[in-house]
Design a protein around this ligand. Structure first.
Ligand SMILES: Cc1cc2nc3c(=O)[nH]c(=O)nc-3n(C[C@H](O)[C@H](O)[C@H](O)COP(=O)(O)O)c2cc1C
Ligand SMILES: C=C(O[C@@H]1CC(C(=O)O)=C[C@@H](OP(=O)(O)O)[C@H]1O)C(=O)O
Length: 361
């Protein structure tokens, strides 16, 4: 339970941060998709630890090995198994807190739930698990690319430093050219300096990742419960350290009047289009064909290199201090994770949408 995501396009992950390996099993990917392994590797490189001075210094290559479900470069429709070896575990960094709870990490809640916890590197609660999500999401991304759907995420805020311009006034393609993954080079420099100074203070800082999905066909999503934005929200809130999700006008929208907020419909050739997009491409839980865009808020990382008061398993007051390799800010590496989870949601709804109309069954 709790280790799988999706209904028709389905991802299951396994593995712990300091265990032998992590893995992904993708089920439901249609047969005959040309799978570019290099593209999956590129996505893994975008997420891997040790990629720059502003990320954790754990060194993992995050090489993937595809075990099944692909023949002569094409998917066969059977489960795709992928394994990612762990090679740079330093479990001794965690010996001093084996029976202590780091404030705001998952140590206490895992112990309460299971009565036992793999304290090595946070075990299953470590964001190392997201390596498997990125591998699975990379397959969903390729499936979507073949249908013309494009997903792009970028860092839009670190601490108080936020991009002023909306996404459509930015060249999102340049985001990958800097280590923080912000599409405005000047703001990127400031963000990098801010993360670096926070790191030198032995502290951590939060941030926001914005994601844009282009060319989604209208009609994806369910009118009740499994609304498209609800599933995107669940996908995003399932990522480690996420504290907030908003789509379209989001929380800012409450400041507007209906007369300002409504998106006017117009016809452009054969296509229905809206003049503004406060809806964020989703109305009534269903995609309307406009860009889908949303923002995901990440908290400051819990493990800080400072003494903090906490409790141990016996309920005694103890001092806890982080050791080892940790991210001073998660957003640069969260960008490909957000894209992967978004791809899984859209791929799943794309398959489900084939059951909407009698004429399509
Ligand atoms: C890309 C990424 C990297 C992370 N790196 C760290 C880290 O180095 N140290 C840490 O304590 N937490 C890190 N986290 C956050 C923890 O995994 C997360 O706080 C923990 O699982 C508890 O879950 P919660 O914050 O969602 O409640 C990271 C999260 C992400 C998305
Ligand atoms: C190793 C990765 O990131 C880790 C995420 C993480 C956490 O608590 O989430 C804690 C640190 O690792 P460890 O589990 O070794 O202490 C990070 O280095 C990775 O993303 O591949």
């Amino acid at each position: 339970m709790g280790n799988s995501f999706g209904r028709l396009f389905r991802l299951t992950t396994f593995g712990e941060s300091h265990g032998k390996a992590l893995g992904a099993i993708v089920e439901g990917c249609p047969a005959g998709l040309e799978l570019d392994e290099e593209q999956i590797r590129l996505e893994m490189q975008r997420r891997k630890p040790g990629q720059s001075k502003i990320t954790t210094q754990r060194k993992e290559e995050d090489e993937i090995e595809i075990l099944s479900g692909v023949f002569e470069g094409k998917t066969t429709g059977t489960p795709i198994g992928i394994v990612i070896q762990n090679s740079d575990q330093k479990s001794k960094d965690y010996s001093h807190i084996a029976d202590k709870f780091r404030p705001s990490h998952a140590d206490y809640t895992y112990f309460e739930k299971y009565g036992i916890r793999d304290y090595r590197g946070g075990g299953r609660s470590s964001a190392r698990e997201t390596a498997a999500r990125v591998a699975g999401g990379a397959i969903a991304k390729q499936f979507l690319a073949a249908k013309g759907v494009k997903i792009q995420a970028f860092v839009s805020q670190v601490g108080d430093l936020a991009l002023e311009k909306p996404y459509h006034e930015l060249n999102l393609d340049v985001a990958e050219e800097n280590i923080v993954r912000c599409p405005d080079p000047e703001t990127a420099e400031k963000m990098i300096a801010l993360i670096d100074s926070v790191r030198l203070d032995r502290d951590t800082i939060g941030g926001v990742v914005t994601c844009v999905i282009k060319n989604t066909p209208p009609g994806l999503g369910e009118p009740v419960f499994d609304r498209l934005h609800a599933e995107l929200g669940k996908a995003m809130l399932s990522i480690n350290a996420v504290k907030g999700f908003e789509y379209g006008s989001g929380f800012e929208g409450v400041k507007m009047r209906g007369s300002q907020h409504n998106d006017t419909f117009v016809k452009e050739g054969e296509k229905v289009h809206t003049l503004t997009n406060h809806s964020g491409g989703i109305q009534g839980g269903i995609s309307n064909g406009e860009d889908i865009y949303f923002r995901v808020a990440f908290k400051p990382v819990a493990t800080i290199m400072q003494d903090q008061e906490s409790l141990n398993e016996a309920g005694e007051t103890v001092t806890v201090s982080g050791k080892g390799r940790h991210d001073p800010c998660v957003v640069p590496r969260a960008v490909p994770i957000v894209e992967a989870m978004a791809a899984l949601v859209i791929a799943d709804f794309l398959l489900l949408s084939k059951t909407n109309k009698l004429s399509e069954i």
